[in-house]
Design a protein around this ligand. Sequence first.
Ligand SMILES: Nc1ncnc2c1ncn2[C@@H]1O[C@H](COP(=O)(O)OP(=O)(O)OP(=O)(O)O)[C@@H](O)[C@H]1O
Length: 322
Amino acid sequence: MDQSFSPAIEALGLTKRFEETVAVAGVGLVVGPGRVHGMLGPNGAGKTTLLTMLMGLVRPDAGTIRILGRTRDEFGACMLDGVAGFVESPRFYPYLSGRRNLALLAELDGGAAASRIDEALDLVDLREQAGAKVGGYSVGMRQRLGIAAALLRDPRLLILDEPASGLDPAGMRDMRALVARLAHDGTTVLLSSHDMAEVEELCDNVTIMRRGGVVFDGSMGTLRQRAPDPAFRLATSDDERALEVARDAPGIAAAVAGDELLVHAQRDNLDGYVIALGRADVAVRRLDLESSPLEALFFALTEDEPEESAEPAASVPQEATR
Ligand SMILES: Nc1ncnc2c1ncn2[C@@H]1O[C@H](COP(=O)(O)OP(=O)(O)OP(=O)(O)O)[C@@H](O)[C@H]1O
């Protein structure tokens, strides 16, 4: 088979229990080569457990994993050759410099890893601070050093658990730019995140998890098609009249929400509604986006229904990734 088109990750029926908790319940995942694939889900959905199984750090109770075309047994002594990344936060010796930490890791890895230290530091934009002790690094610098450590292995597949977690907005922007650059250069990236905006910006495909199961698996395009109209919070000078106007306005669903109105509408229809409010002598005092279409879909997919049972969701991938 032509390896360049075989999936970077192919997992089937993965299950992991921790005593009573089913952390991952029969999950299947296919990640195509050169893709950026997002794992999205609320706290406790099972993302980290899934990533640790894929990285070979935890053995699944059931299911099979092929990474870069090989099973764990076929990797043998060269444990997951071509795969790198981190789950939870990357860890370093705080009293050593960034460069020294990388040098120690390179020694463990052997081969050409040591010769890649400068290039890795350049890629994550840490060359100038590489001589400083890691204890003095910001969260963002540590996350970037974590990626540099992964890059020493010259990976074809990079697995990153919430790489932007704990970063300030500038740090997040830099982290996203770095991931996009690595993907552009051909590395397959699997990253977990809480943040739909981040996944939307970076990922070609996404798996959304809830309670150990998969509730969506497919392309960002398919996800967008399933997304509902965005929701807006609207404050007016006369809410009663505004609701009347909404009844005659095309594509507008408005309802009272506290002391404001909640309006679901596509932007074009919203424009027409706001103009109609003006014509009806209703002043718009505030109009804010409550949730983007994708955020609204994410909440709908992952939030618990009050009457639902505590069983994990079934997890059949809806759309295989390329
Ligand atoms: N080592 C463990 N021992 C016991 N339970 C665990 C262990 N690891 C995970 N769990 C449980 O498994 C479930 C899934 O946890 P996991 O950390 O995989 O979720 P997550 O989606 O990564 O959450 P977060 O976004 O908060 O990191 C949770 O209920 C968690 O408490």
